[in-house]
Design a protein around this ligand. Sequence first.
Ligand code: NAD
Length: 248
Amino acid sequence: MDFKNRTAVVTGAARGIGRDIAIKLAERGANVALIDLEIAGAEETAKECETHGIQAKAYKCDVSSFEDVDGVGKQVLSEFDAVDFLINNAGVVRDRLLLRMTPEDWNFVISVNLTGTFNCCKVLSPHMLKRRQGRIVNVASVIGIMGNAGQANYAASKAGIIGLTKTLAKEFASRGVTVNAVAPGFIDTAMTESLSADIRESMMKMIPLGRFGKGEDVANVALFLLSDMASYITGQVLNCDGGMIMAR
Ligand SMILES: NC(=O)c1ccc[n+]([C@@H]2O[C@H](COP(=O)([O-])OP(=O)(O)OC[C@H]3O[C@@H](n4cnc5c(N)ncnc54)[C@H](O)[C@@H]3O)[C@@H](O)[C@H]2O)c1
């Protein structure tokens, strides 16, 4: 896959899956604009990406704030020639059973995961539609398809991302912009490392391939969906879960 002279905006690129997506894109020649709340981590990712001889810059931005995204979007468009790819990856969890979940827990997760994805699509898609080219990849989750006790807010946000993906795919198709989602299963990152040994063990039993995923497993799927090989694919959700959903 060759992404030379293409530019990607990756959200949540300070660590984990977003960092892996950014680095894999840079390795294949893409310029990268990296968005994260954690600017130090995003700058470190940018530094690593630059070693591949491409243009990389980190931007501090809270994706749940439309004003933040609008401001950073304008900055990115003035500092890079164009934006070809948008990867909406920034995400959070705040797990609790519904009986204990507060409205703040609910709103926090929905506003980062779902509204954040809406904000970035809203700000960057007009540019893609005008150029009649572009690809958007949204990072959903198998939890948005199968549900999970203790994750009502997260599951709803990820199911919402799937609905948003399919709708934008229909709205943008005639202008050559594809919109797809990748739905990771259990991936070893900061997001999952705090889970207890018991939960990790019970999760492992649900994974036919017998291992947790790595960030680069998800990054590979994202890169495929961004590549010319996926030019006839839109509105799809590609599970990257070691067979977890199939095994339900
Ligand atoms: N790890 C998994 O098992 C798993 C499974 C399914 C889906 N996912 C999804 O993959 C994506 C990446 O997850 P990860 O495991 O790499 O998590 P992570 O916690 O390691 O990384 C998330 C990144 O998003 C950033 N972020 C959080 N809130 C933000 C905000 N408001 N604005 C901008 N940036 C923000 C964080 O600073 C961090 O760099 C998330 O959308 C997550 O829901 C992860």
